[in-house]
Design a protein around this ligand. Structure first.
Ligand code: GUN
Ligand code: FE
Length: 433
């Protein structure tokens, strides 16, 4: 449908800014060459005769961006959650990730993940694979075929990891990364792109971070990693990097922290210090707030409302499988819930996130890492999710924002009946209903 013009008809809910959720009932959203031409109450004369996909009474929202998740960990989601981060990595994450040396296993596991992601409310995602280049390429191929827009990282880890899941040294890790970038380029993907992925400071030597910095500057790739997630991890980073002023400084020393044409996502930022927050803001680092993971791994509650209200770039992540749910609608609900606990128990001066704020983070907030995406305003790339709430009957008609709120708290994948990325249909459940 690319290079084509069509209209979606339905009731639209979307953000322009974090304060206001806009509703347009029974309106037409025009899509031209994958880009929104805006929303109209009536089909304008110049668009008469274009195909109209009529979703009548359905709600249509912008596609959601999952700014942080681990594809290989999808296999054990919902298990092993009695541990904190470092023990959980040793017990659950590392042994499972080691299995992806076996391409048959990777093929099966990533197929399950990819199919579920396709049917979720997510249209864009920044994804960690494992340290294995071949399995990472396989994941990229599968994601490419879904039509979703993704950034995928071959993970780098050359220290403080079990021998069965560690690259031999910094040179081996950098060499494998260069080969993976070259192999990915040869495949001419249109939807799936590489992102440099040093796992976190404890698993990357200074030498390796130095090599990754060179690679970043050579190929202009974005970067994703973890930051200030859990107390035990933060103590460890202090021991490992006595010269760093704070955790984020250990990345910044190697120019892997936002500035100088280095778009960067840091997951968590639960315990970022004032200095760290100032550098995140100054250098435009994106924060991936992962409330469900931070709860499951007993990490804590990030001051997400503060970050948003102070103008930092912040989106939401599921952090599969620190988080167990792949649903970004659920991530919106979780972000609101934990912000209420934080307000009540930790900081009475920081009011809880509102629904429009959390919705903004899941749409424009994270989506802007990909460019102009996450809204239906004219000029945005047209990613849309069509939601059917007929499985949630009500004895009286409900206003659109109430219907959206119920779907955020109560929906599952059955409520998602169609999805578009850049105007292209990704899947449709409409025939089944
Ligand atoms: N820090 C380093 N690796 C990981 C991981 O796989 N998950 C989470 N939540 N934090 C990490
Ligand atoms: Fe993570």
């Amino acid at each position: 449908m690319l290079n084509n013009t069509f209209a979606l008809k339905g009731t639209f809910c979307y953000s322009k800014d974090p304060q206001n959720l806009i509703v347009r009932e029974n309106a037409y959203l025009i899509c031209k060459n994958g880009i929104s031409e805006g929303i109209y109450d009536e089909l304008p004369a110049c668009f008469q005769g274009i195909p109209v996909i009529d979703h009548e009474n359905k709600l249509i929202i912008p596609g959601l961006t999952d700014l942080h998740l681990h594809a290989p960990q999808y296999t054990f989601r919902g298990t092993g959650m009695d541990l904190e981060l470092l023990d959980w990595l040793d017990t659950s994450a590392f042994p499972e990730e080691a299995r992806y040396a076996d391409l048959d296993y990777a093929q099966k596991a990533y197929q399950i993940f990819t199919e579920d992601l396709k049917r979720s409310p997510t249209t864009r995602a920044c994804i960690f694979a494992t340290l294995h280049p071949e399995a990472t390429l396989l994941l990229m191929e599968q994601l490419e075929n879904t039509g979703l827009k993704t950034m995928v990282g071959k993970v780098n880890m050359d220290r403080n990891a079990p021998s069965y899941l560690k690259e031999q040294d910094a040179v081996a890790s950098a060499t494998a990364t260069r080969q993976w970038i070259s192999d990915a380029a040869d495949r001419h993907f249109e939807n799936t792109f590489p992102i440099l992925t040093p796992r976190f400071v404890p698993s990357c030597s200074d030498e390796l971070l130095g090599f990754l910095s060179e690679i970043q500057q050579e190929f202009h790739l974005p970067v994703q990693s973890h930051l200030s997630e859990n107390p035990g991890e933060i103590r460890w980073v202090k021991e490992l990097c006595p010269d760093s002023l704070f955790y984020g400084d250990a990345y910044d020393r190697f120019n892997l922290f936002g500035k100088d044409q280095c778009p960067t996502i840091m997951a968590h930022c639960v315990y970022s210090t004032e200095e760290e927050i100032a550098l995140i803001k100054k250098q435009g680092v994106y924060i991936a707030h992962c409330p469900q993971s931070n709860t499951n791994l007993s990490s804590g509650i990030a001051p997400a409302a503060r970050y948003l209200r102070e103008g930092l770039h912040i989106g939401l992540g599921t952090d599969i499988s620190g988080g167990f749910s792949l649903s970004m609608l659920r991530a919106i609900a979780d972000a609101i819930q934990v912000s209420k606990l934080r307000w009540r128990l930790i900081d009475p001066s920081l009011k809880a996130l509102t629904l429009p704020e959390a919705f903004y983070m899941a749409t424009i907030g994270g989506g802007s890492f990909f460019g102009k995406t996450g809204s239906f305003e004219k000029g945005y790339e047209l990613d849309a999710v069509v939601l059917d709430d007929s499985s949630l009957p009500s004895p009286r008609p409900l206003p659109p924002l109430t219907r959206l709120e119920r779907l955020i708290y109560l929906s599952d994948d059955r409520n998602i009946i169609q999805k578009f990325v850049c105007g292209n249909p990704i899947f449709s459940n409409t025939e089944d209903r």
